[in-house]
Ligand binder design. Structure first.
Ligand code: URA
Length: 200
């Protein structure tokens, strides 16, 4: 495992590259790129779709209405916002908050892969269909079919969830999302148990 300082420097370099990135046309419309934020050793990562208006202004992920709801959801899972790493599939805001195109996702993929490889989270929560398709393309169902289920890949536990912004528009998905966060909580405590046992 690389030393924490090496990880910190490598992540900072990636974030600087994202801030200057010109790999796709989204660069032209952005105020600020949004690399993501959180501790370098976060056990849990949340991946959304792409920055919205507030995120584009502030350069930080999930700071608008969807972010407020995400904070509530994190609390349900017993997580503090400062202890998780939060990022998006694309790091620049798509115009009018449309979904990113396949080309934009492909152009940004290397940044997300590098973040996952450096942070090595034990669990990744995929917020919405863009994150699900980008990270687990082999999963055939839609988010409404597979939300709250547990998938394993490359030693990481993945849980697809409804996107908080989508749930803000669909009252019944809000409660589904709250229920799924209890699942996140229980899977996290199982992971914690397992690591305590394997170290014992
Ligand atoms: N929606 C997202 O997918 N990401 C954000 O950062 C904000 C809203």
């Amino acid at each position: 495992m690389p030393a924490p300082n090496a990880v910190k420097e490598a992540l900072a370099e990636i974030h600087q590259a994202i801030e200057k990135c010109q790999l796709c046309p989204l660069a032209q419309g952005r105020k600020k790129a949004v690399p993501g934020e959180g501790p370098i050793n976060a056990a849990v990562m949340f991946i959304g779709e792409g920055p919205g208006e507030q995120e584009d202004r502030q350069g930080k992920p999930f700071v608008g209405n969807a972010g407020k709801f995400l904070n509530e959801l994190l609390a349900i899972a017993g997580l503090e916002r400062q202890e998780v790493f939060i990022t998006n599939v694309v790091k620049c805001r798509p115009p009018d908050n449309r979904s990113p195109t396949a080309e934009e996702v492909a152009a940004c993929r290397g940044y997300l892969e590098a973040q996952i490889a450096l942070i090595q989270p034990r669990m990744i929560c995929l917020l919405g269909s863009v994150a699900l398709k980008a990270v687990l393309p082999e999963v055939k169902g839609s988010v409404s079919q597979v939300h709250g289920q547990v998938f394993h890949k490359n030693g990481i536990v993945f849980i697809p969830l409804f996107h908080p912004a989508a749930a803000l528009h669909q009252a019944r998905w809000k409660d589904v999302l709250r229920q799924d966060m209890l699942k996140v909580k229980s899977v996290l405590s199982q992971l914690e148990e397992a690591s305590l046992t394997s170290r014992a």
